[in-house]
Design a protein around this ligand. Sequence first.
Ligand SMILES: Nc1ncnc2c1ncn2[C@@H]1O[C@H](COP(=O)(O)OP(=O)(O)O)[C@@H](O)[C@H]1O
Ligand SMILES: O=P(O)(O)OC[C@H]1O[C@@](CO)(OP(=O)(O)O)[C@@H](O)[C@@H]1O
Length: 311
Amino acid sequence: MAGDVGDGYARKGTTNPSEQHEGTIQHPLKDSAESSSGGQFAPLLIALVGLPARGKTAIAHSLARYLCWIGHSAKVFSVSDYRRKWTEQYDNHDFFCPNNEEAMELRKKCALEAMRDASNWIMSQHGEVAIIDGTNSTRSRRQCLYNKFHEQMNCAVLFVESIIDDENILAKNMEETRRNSPDYKEMSREKALNDFQLRIKHYLNLFETISYKHEGHYSCIKIKNAGDDISAHRLIGHLQSRILYFLSSYQPTPKTMYFSRVSVCFLYYRFGSICLMLKAKFLAGISTSVNKTHSSYLTRSQYFRAVVHVI
Ligand SMILES: Nc1ncnc2c1ncn2[C@@H]1O[C@H](COP(=O)(O)OP(=O)(O)O)[C@@H](O)[C@H]1O
Ligand SMILES: O=P(O)(O)OC[C@H]1O[C@@](CO)(OP(=O)(O)O)[C@@H](O)[C@@H]1O
């Protein structure tokens, strides 16, 4: 159906992405036999799947960093960014209630926009791996993604679902989302956690995990409880295997990075190598000292004490 974003929705607006791409679209790489069948050299669309607080955004960005690192152009299209573009400051969980028709329309519009931008990026900028970061929580939404990117554009499509049923991991993730999400920056901790719980409850009414019975033709990776378990289904080609390899060893632990500014004085010009040696020693000293004494975040004064200790 033209403009159908899944969930039985046909968009009425004028910038309907599927209107821009009537029929089959040819990617610049399509001439190769591999790409024409959505094979291993075709552009790849990765769609994250999962309830809120399942690590989708973190996975999407880590994957994009990894793919760029190994030489592929990769870009994340985050549905929540589109939502924030169209809405005022987030009010409360009612926005995610399936009975909230106005919000449902807007959410579908955002999903369509993310798809449109991802496909434009693939087509006009020769993007190789577009990653759609959204809940993609129903079978029909996934069908819509598949129709657009595989059937119409001949891209390979890979779904990556993150599942968490471990209460401790979930509680930790919810706390982190509460702390970092722009949605909750104006809310007290208690109110935000409560709201987030209700938001997840709304999703639970409609959410459908990827079912191999009904969706067995998709390429799919499922990650359970932050990597305790990982399974793959119908992966195609080298790139998807590398993605599986990356995700199998991916550990979502928070990392802290310390930056230190070291100035090189005029003596550098006269005693260059000695200065460089001192600089290296200084940096190594800071990191050893910091690692020895602090396993997590440092306060400003702890940091300066560590620096003074090294000097
Ligand atoms: N593979 C993973 N499984 C579970 N949790 C993860 C994973 N990767 C990251 N996380 C953690 O999940 C929390 C929420 O992450 P986020 O990416 O914002 O979730 P979502 O996009 O699903 O709402 C973060 O604390 C993040 O460190
Ligand atoms: O297609 P929908 O379900 O609206 O998904 C996008 C939504 O996912 C949410 C759900 O909480 O974030 P996220 O990707 O971080 O999990 C919302 O921020 C965002 O608007």
